[in-house]
Design a protein around this ligand. Sequence first.
Ligand code: UDP
Ligand code: MG
Length: 318
Amino acid sequence: MRLITILIPAYNEEAVLSALVERLKKVTSQIPGYRFEYLFVNDGSSDRTLEMLKGMSVFHPEISYINLSRNFGKEIAMLAGFDHVRGEAVIILDADLQDPPELIPQMIHYWEQGYDDVFARRKSRAGETWFKKWSSATYYKLLKKVSDVPVQSNTGDFRLLDRKCIEALNQMRETQRYTKAMFSWIGYNKKEILFDREPRAAGTTKWNYPKLFNLAVEGITASTIAPLRISSFLGMAVSFCAFLYMLFILVRTLLFNDSIPGYPSLMAVILFLGGIQLLSLGIIGEYLGKVFQETKGRPVYLVQEYYSRMNATPKKEN
Ligand code: UDP
Ligand code: MG
């Protein structure tokens, strides 16, 4: 029997865990020919998530868990999961049941046909405010324009990945992660399936707007250096305009002897230039910060405990 790992990052998810495991069991027990491992990554939860996992793992041998030493965020929790995948494929699933496990058989079906990355795209997003939907749509449009590799819009991390994708992702050890762009970057055979996103089953979202803003900046700076180019382009455009204006003043003063005290225009130019300089500095700082983070060469995450009763599918001998 082939083994598939279901990877579930969990941060303060005590309210949904048992419902999740029950629903997963119902789905996976009906898929013939496969064994499943439910690999939970406890991302430094402050509630009873870890205790519940420990308790449930007694009765459910398919439950494995990694307990990270603190909260590292979902992106890093996923990497920790990738490092411990024992199956031939992995399915990434949110703990809050927003990604319906009922899609799993369909994903496996396409995987068997030879696709390496079967991702689920949201047709609708129930239980989210119009502002979240709107800001997310606008952001993806922008990201698509500036990004060097195409990023799929309306797609979360809910997907099935073949072993070779996991191995590719494991080689990308940056600490500032935007996994969604990495999925595009690695390439391989992709297949899209559609689904309706449900509202959270219980508990509350772990994202707030400051966190989302960080992720959004991460997304852009991780996938393109276009902003750096924009700032040099802006610099050039402004200097060119300033040069023309200088000529204009020169001509006016020399030919028409028409020098007026230009306090307002002077202020306007200074403030405008100051703004652009600050913006460009900020953009450079954003990238420099990334370089700084990466050159420290720290481990991306630390594991406090790893538990698994699963053994990997024995490798086929040729
Ligand atoms: N998550 C995590 N670490 C974090 C924040 C979230 O592992 O610091 C997990 C969370 O437990 C859930 C998934 O990431 O399984 C998605 O989080 P959430 O549902 O809060 O995000 P949303 O669906 O609102 O985008
Ligand atoms: Mg959610």
